[in-house]
Design a protein around this ligand. Structure first.
Ligand SMILES: Cc1cc2nc3c(=O)[nH]c(=O)nc-3n(C[C@H](O)[C@H](O)[C@H](O)COP(=O)(O)O)c2cc1C
Length: 172
């Protein structure tokens, strides 16, 4: 893979893993890529929990059917006390945006290293807080199983179905 665009096109949501662990040095690089992501005012309110123990993985599986047999699952939260609050008609928190940028860096670095991922928000944030005993001021945003695709796993049909650019981009 030579260009960023080729990498971006090749990435897809992996919805079935072979369970093989992600090598620690690859995981480190993946997490480092998240750490260089921009956040509002560079406040870095994100927190990332690496779920790898059998006990923690079992808890993650009770949260969502979407861990897809991965042996590493990341849980992304943000600390409400560290977000940037945008002034305006009503104050808007940068938390979900900050976490999303960090998670996107991670997803694409993983793809560059041949590690599959899936963005998962099909879970109850309150249940995640309770199960993992998270601090009161943290807000869970997404889970991300990581690993190697199981045999036969390929992009879903909707992966290539993209709207034409003139439906999503307007020149003003
Ligand atoms: C914000 C967001 C939430 C998602 N939540 C889930 C989810 O809970 N479970 C799941 O299996 N896939 C989830 N996905 C993956 C999408 O279903 C998938 O990205 C989409 O179908 C496009 O497929 P592709 O990533 O292969 O291009 C989510 C993706 C995004 C961006």
């Amino acid at each position: 893979m030579n260009t960023f665009f080729e990498l971006a096109k090749a990435r897809y949501s992996v919805k079935g893993f072979d369970g093989k662990p992600v090598e620690p040095e690859k995981l480190q690089q993946i997490l480092d890529a998240g750490n260089v992501a921009p956040t509002a005012k560079n406040n870095q309110p994100q927190r990332i929990y690496v779920i790898q123990s059998e006990d923690a993985l079992a808890k993650a599986r009770t949260l969502t059917p979407c861990t897809y047999k991965a042996s590493t699952v990341l849980l992304f939260t943000y600390n409400k006390d560290e977000v940037f609050l945008y002034p305006g008609a009503e104050m808007v928190s940068s938390g979900a945006e900050d976490v999303s940028i960090v998670a996107t860096h991670i997803m694409l670095e993983a793809a560059d290293l041949g590690v599959g991922s899936c963005w998962v928000n099909f879970f109850e944030p309150a249940k995640a807080k309770e199960l993992f005993n998270l601090p009161d001021n943290e807000v869970p945003v997404l889970l991300m199983p990581l690993g190697y695709p199981a045999e036969g796993i390929a992009p879903l049909e909707n992966h290539m179905k993209k709207k034409a650019l003139d439906q999503t981009v307007k020149y003003l």
